[in-house]
Design a protein around this ligand. Structure first.
Ligand code: SF4
Ligand code: SF4
Ligand code: SF4
Ligand code: FES
Length: 378
């Protein structure tokens, strides 16, 4: 363990820790914008500068490894003046639209502008990147809000491995782009939305979120993604019961801040009016069982292809006991007639491990077949 002093507080942390991490672990907040705990250090924003006793210049704490006996100051008049200058430069090309911006309340630039009392820039204001790109169904890229922190580039490269975006251009006109400015759909983007999650400003925003309420008006529900067996933890932001967007939970041991496309954007099925809310029996079978008085003939095409506009046209809603009795009866009849290998079981990622264990046991020990598979393998 290494011992050092931060703001007069003696602390002891593991070797290899940076000053920023050591401070955070001990409840000391150092302003930062380009740093993200899951990503490599960029050192671009300089907001995290600290004074190191015995050294002539401030250092960015996100890239400064601790050393035994270091004496660090995180807040001083000189540091705060430098941070104000940095923020002043950021907003000299950033529209402070906070009154109407959907990111307001969770924006890190807004947070620091507030903390340092920056209301307007002292420089000549000019937007260097007025481009708004609305080229995919999942997220908007509004470059005027981009502060070029590079988090999106690093997450795409280091965590996702897609390397779909990078810095383009030079100097004042630098912006984040796909190769040859291709539309997102024509790039290597896999639409995981991780760049949107780690973006500290409104430069990357979920399409579903725009105009749907201020951050503090949204309710939060924590849950587990139901798509596959990984069990990623996800948090839904809701407005009056309607899901507005999903994000990963940084405190999740399973997935950290990351989700795949399905978990991040595939939640609209939950309120789809066509979602099944009870078991259903095909109408011709239901007629034979006396559950409906309307006869129906199985069309040449699968009844699943004629689901729209109303599934009730070809299926009859029933209670669980009725549905399970029918399935058990048909299963027993088929096995009796054609043998155990004439049937198969397809388990679901939406069930618990225990339920899936019981299901395979039922197929193997109960039915006597190894014909068992799982939807998450597809
Ligand atoms: S991105 Fe942040 S600082 Fe910029 S307008 Fe929106 S809330 Fe304000
Ligand atoms: S959505 Fe994922 S793959 Fe696409 S640019 Fe963002 S991080 Fe990269
Ligand atoms: S889009 Fe967001 S994450 Fe990417 S560089 Fe700009 S501000 Fe940073
Ligand atoms: S957070 Fe350290 S340089 Fe940006």
């Amino acid at each position: 363990m290494i011992e050092l002093t931060i703001d007069g507080q003696k602390i002891s942390v593991q070797q290899g820790t940076t000053v920023l991490e050591a401070a955070q672990k001990n409840g000391i907040d150092i302003p930062h914008l380009c740093y993200h705990p899951e990503l490599s250090v960029s050192g671009g924003c300089r907001l995290c500068i600290v004074e190191v006793d015995g050294r002539p210049y401030p250092y960015p704490s996100c890239g400064l490894e601790i050393q035994d006996g270091m004496d660090i100051t995180t807040h001083s008049p000189a540091l705060n003046a430098a941070r104000r200058e940095i923020l002043d430069l950021f907003i000299s090309e950033h529209p402070l639209d906070c009154v109407t911006c959907d990111k307001s309340g969770s924006c890190q630039l807004q947070k620091y502008a507030y903390e340092f009392g920056i209301k307007e820039t002292s420089y000549e204001f000019e937007i260097s990147k007025p481009l708004l790109q609305d080229d995919n169904p999942f997220f908007l890229r509004d470059h005027q809000y981009c502060i070029l922190c590079g988090r999106c580039v690093r997450v795409c490269d280091e965590v996702i491995g897609a390397s779909a975006i990078d810095f383009a251009g030079r100097g004042f006109t630098t912006y984040i782009a796909t190769p040859f400015d291709a539309e997102m759909g024509d790039s290597d983007c896999v639409f995981c939305g991780s760049c949107v999650q780690v973006c500290p400003t409104a430069a990357l925003m979920p399409v579903s979120r725009v105009g749907k309420g201020r951050e503090w008006e949204l309710d939060r529900t924590k849950t587990i993604c139901g798509y596959c067996g990984v069990g990623c933890q996800v948090e839904y932001a809701l407005n009056e019961g309607e899901i507005i967007y999903a994000q990963a939970r940084p405190d999740s041991l399973v997935n950290g801040e990351f989700l795949c496309t399905k978990g991040r954007y595939g939640w609209d099925y939950s309120t789809n009016p066509q979602r099944l809310t009870s078991p259903m029996i095909r109408r011709d079978i239901a007629y034979d069982m006396g559950l409906t008085d309307q006869p129906w003939e199985l069309p040449e095409k699968s009844p699943l292809t004629v689901r729209k506009p109303k599934i009730e046209d070809s299926f009859v809603p029933v209670d669980w006991d009725t549905a399970l009795d029918l399935v058990a009866g048909k299963l027993a009849e088929t096995v009796d007639k054609y043998g155990p290998d004439s049937v198969m079981g397809l388990a679901s990622a939406r069930c618990t491990n225990e339920e899936n264990y019981l299901f395979q046991k039922f197929m193997r020990a109960g039915i006597s077949t190894n014909n068992i598979d799982h939807c998450a393998r597809l």
